[in-house]
Design a binder for this molecule. Structure first.
Ligand SMILES: Nc1ncnc2c1ncn2[C@@H]1O[C@H](COP(=O)(O)OP(=O)(O)OP(=O)(O)O)[C@@H](O)[C@H]1O
Ligand SMILES: [Mg+2]
Length: 509
């Protein structure tokens, strides 16, 4: 039997909206099969059907040749299908092992045998090269490690067909390389993998075949060896995509953001931003490049008032904003596209239309004398949904029901529309398709050309190199170099990020 999974003409509707329109995907044993499509194309929906979270409205699913009905995830588990979701589903206060065995605990005389479970977790993790500490608490481990826990959880249940829904969107470049090695080890051991990713490079690097869908419809399946990133992008978006956004020289004006001698400590009292200086001027994009964990998150949280700084100064248009409440900082003219859109970006159970005015709902024309004006709120929402191409059935749909990428577009629209003097964009294109990335880059450059100061933080070196006018390299909580993207290579930038001095990195100043 060549195929381990056959999804034939799968149809799934939500109300009047057709999310999957007769899609076919066939997975061969031992292959890594990419599922590619724009934000909102229906990828997660299709995989949720395979995992038994949704019931299809039409079509047939075969597992190893047998037609099956996957009425819930337990049935999927029994059929050997495991899924690592786009948003993790771990219990923060439990340990790694407790999370892995949750729902299938080994028992000894009626008691959970945690020692045996830890041993099994250790063995699995060694066999597949998934380094984890079985006794660590989820809340204390990195995102990359949490993801390995999710993978181990599926392996512990005996899965041999693994679905990865955008596993690399939340990872740093280093972690992505580790995950790629893990996936290769898994297929060597006879597993088969469906991988959802927006990163065409990853598809070219690890996948055998790729199935492309567009707006709920199947476009076709190709051998990766016979295609290339340009063709894939065009197939999924339906038009040609430019990977590098054109922009003219920046014409920077006055200092908008001036940070001097900023010190921030984390919850454990460790100094994470260490006497940092940084200036961003009107009409320029400054990109912060750094390896995750060098203080970039805390820097942004301090500017936006989400955490308290120890000392130093942060001035916006000459006025001190250090340690002001977040709303005061917003009102002073700071827009923020947050790194974690679920924690700081959206109220998931509110309609997307109301989320779009989340920062300004208490101001006119959205509210007067404490009474919300829903007509004005939804007029604005409709305008932004159109302008930022947020794909949603309508403006009343809960934010939760939007695809990951469309949630992100909604936040970007909201923040840009507020017309802030300083726009902070933290990982703004995380989880976005190539067409949407191009769109967002254009909007950031447009903001710059309108005289805004833009501070961009990204782990994607391509993005930093293409969009920034100046690059500030952050290392151990300090800006260690300011470089011109036109005068540096990605390799040299990588060396600076790893803490080597400018000369060693081959950069003259
Ligand atoms: N429970 C639901 N109720 C209503 N609409 C839904 C629901 N789940 C998904 N949709 C809609 O179906 C479409 C497909 O969503 P899906 O999450 O499958 O997209 P995706 O291809 O995974 O996108 P992304 O790359 O952004 O994650 C979207 O327009 C979404 O708004
Ligand atoms: Mg998705």
């Amino acid at each position: 039997m060549e195929y381990v999974i056959e999804m034939l003409n799968i149809r799934k509707v939500f109300g009047n909206f057709v999310a999957n329109d007769n899609i076919t995907l066939q997975l061969k044993k031992g292959e890594i099969h990419a599922l590619l499509g724009e934000n909102g194309a229906g990828k997660s929906t299709l995989m949720n059907v395979l995992f038994g979270l949704y019931q299809p409205d039409g079509g047939e699913i075969r597992v190893k040749g047998q037609t099956v009905k996957i009425s819930n995830p337990n049935v999927a588990n029994d059929l050997g299908i495991g899924m690592v979701h786009q948003h993790f589903m771990l219990v923060d206060t439990f340990t790694v092992t407790e999370n892995i065995i949750l729902g299938s605990e080994p028992t000894k005389l009626g008691k959970i045998d945690i020692k045996r479970a830890e041993q099994e977790v250790r063995e699995l993790s060694e066999r597949y090269g998934l380094a984890v500490d079985p006794t660590a608490k989820i809340a204390d481990i990195s995102v990359g490690m949490q993801q390995r826990v999710e993978i181990l959880k599926t392996l512990y249940r005996g899965a041999d067909i693994l679905i990865f829904d955008e596993p690399t969107a939340v990872l740093t470049p280093q972690e992505i390389q580790e995950l790629i090695q893990i996936m290769k080890a898994l297929v060597r051991e006879g597993k088969s993998i469906i991988l959802i990713t927006h990163k065409l490079k990853e598809i070219m690097e690890v996948c055998d075949r790729v199935t492309v869908i567009r707006r709920g419809k199947g476009i076709g399946t190709l051998n990766v060896a016979d295609t290339n990133p340009n063709e894939l992008a065009a197939l999924m978006v339906g038009r040609e995509v430019h990977f590098k956004t054109e922009k003219r020289e920046a014409t920077p004006g006055k200092d908008v953001l001036e940070i001097k001698d900023l010190v921030v400590k984390d919850a454990r009292g460790v100094t994470v931003v260490n006497h940092l200086d940084l200036t961003v001027r009107a009409g320029e994009i400054v990109g912060i490049a750094g390896v995750d964990g060098n203080g970039q998150s805390e820097l942004i949280e301090a500017i936006t008032g989400l955490i308290k700084a120890e000392s130093g100064s942060i001035k916006l248009n000459g006025k001190e904003i250090l340690n002001l409440p977040p709303r005061k900082i917003t009102e002073a003219g700071v827009g923020h596209i947050p790194q974690d859109r679920h924690k700081h970006g959206l109220v998931l159970d509110f309609p997307i239309g109301e989320n779009i005015v989340l920062q300004t709902y208490y101001q006119e024309p959205y509210s007067k004398n404490g009474i919300l004006n829903f007509k004005n709120i939804y007029d604005k929402a409709r305008q932004l949904i159109k302008e930022f191409d947020v794909r949603t059935p309508d403006e009343y749909t809960k934010a939760r029901a939007l695809s990951g990428g469309n949630q992100q577009k909604a936040i970007i629209g909201r923040e840009v529309d507020r017309n802030p003097d300083l726009l902070i964009a933290a990982q703004p294109t995380r989880g976005l398709d190539v067409g949407a990335i191009e769109f967002i880059h254009k909007r950031l450059i447009e903001q710059r050309d309108q005289g805004k100061a833009v501070l961009l933080v990204s782990f994607e070196l391509d993005e930093i190199m293409n969009v920034s006018d100046r690059i500030a390299v952050i290392y151990e909580g300090k800006i260690v170099a300011i470089v011109d993207p036109k005068e540096i290579t990605e390799q040299e930038l990588g060396l600076l990020m790893a803490g080597s001095k400018r000369k060693e990195a081959g950069v003259s100043s």
